[in-house]
Design a protein around this ligand. Structure first.
Ligand SMILES: [Zn+2]
Length: 217
């Protein structure tokens, strides 16, 4: 990982690939209507008449990450490190994504850590970076790598670690129908990759008991 380059983002109103022309909203709604007929239902019946419109609206939210530039999210919030040089960990960030093979949910949680160099970032920005990449069509491996690589490239800390545990509905509600299975992926950069004691400290922090309700207000 010698040359980490933040992924290039399209402008907020552009499709992900410049070569793909974004259809109009009514074309998208018509496509949902086709799928309703494909599953052998009647798109004109009362309960379904507004469904194409609602699905397209839902997609805007579920896939809103394409309109967010994670690099910009992190760039805005550099602060002085104030002498703090230990691990910063945000754990149990809810992950809501969709698998790019079946377009069904991937639900889980992410733990994002970094070792500050000269700067720190507001912790809510780490959660926003997770969302920016999760709210796209994904595979968990790439999602994990994108979050870590972007934090590394923009913040340039001494190390970055991202661990994601998630269930994939494409294998729980269809296909092999295996429930209760979670997939765990990780990306370790810098000190988390090179120093086993730093990595051990991180894993202990991630696994430390949760005190439910203790920090909620
Ligand atoms: Zn899938």
């Amino acid at each position: 990982m010698n040359s980490i380059v933040p992924p290039k983002q399209p402008p907020a109103d552009a499709p992900a690939e410049a070569s793909v022309t974004r259809p109009t909203r009514s074309e998208a709604e018509a496509a949902v209507s086709v799928l309703l007929r494909w599953v052998c239902d009647d798109p004109t019946r009362e309960g379904l008449s507004d469904t194409p419109k609602r699905v397209v609206q839902a997609y805007e939210e579920l896939f809103g990450g394409y309109a967010v530039d994670p690099v910009v999210l992190l760039e805005r919030t550099f602060e002085e490190v104030a002498g703090y040089d230990e691990i910063v960990l945000l754990r149990d960030i809810r992950v809501e994504s969709h698998c790019e093979h079946h377009m069904v949910p991937i639900i889980g949680r992410a733990h994002v850590a970094y070792l500050p160099g000269t700067r720190v970032v507001g912790i809510s920005k780490l959660a926003r970076v997770v969302d920016a990449y999760a709210k796209r069509l994904q595979i968990q491996e790439r999602l994990t790598a994108q979050i870590a690589d972007t934090i590394q490239a923009v913040l340039q800390p001494r190390g970055v670690a991202v661990v994601i545990e998630a269930g994939h509905q494409c294998m729980t509600t269809r296909g092999v129908h295996k429930t209760g299975v979670s997939m765990v992926t990780s990306r370790m950069l810098g000190a988390f990759r090179d120093q086993s004691d730093t990595r051990r400290e991180l894993m202990a922090m991630i696994q430390a008991p949760r005190h439910s309700g203790m920090f909620e207000s």
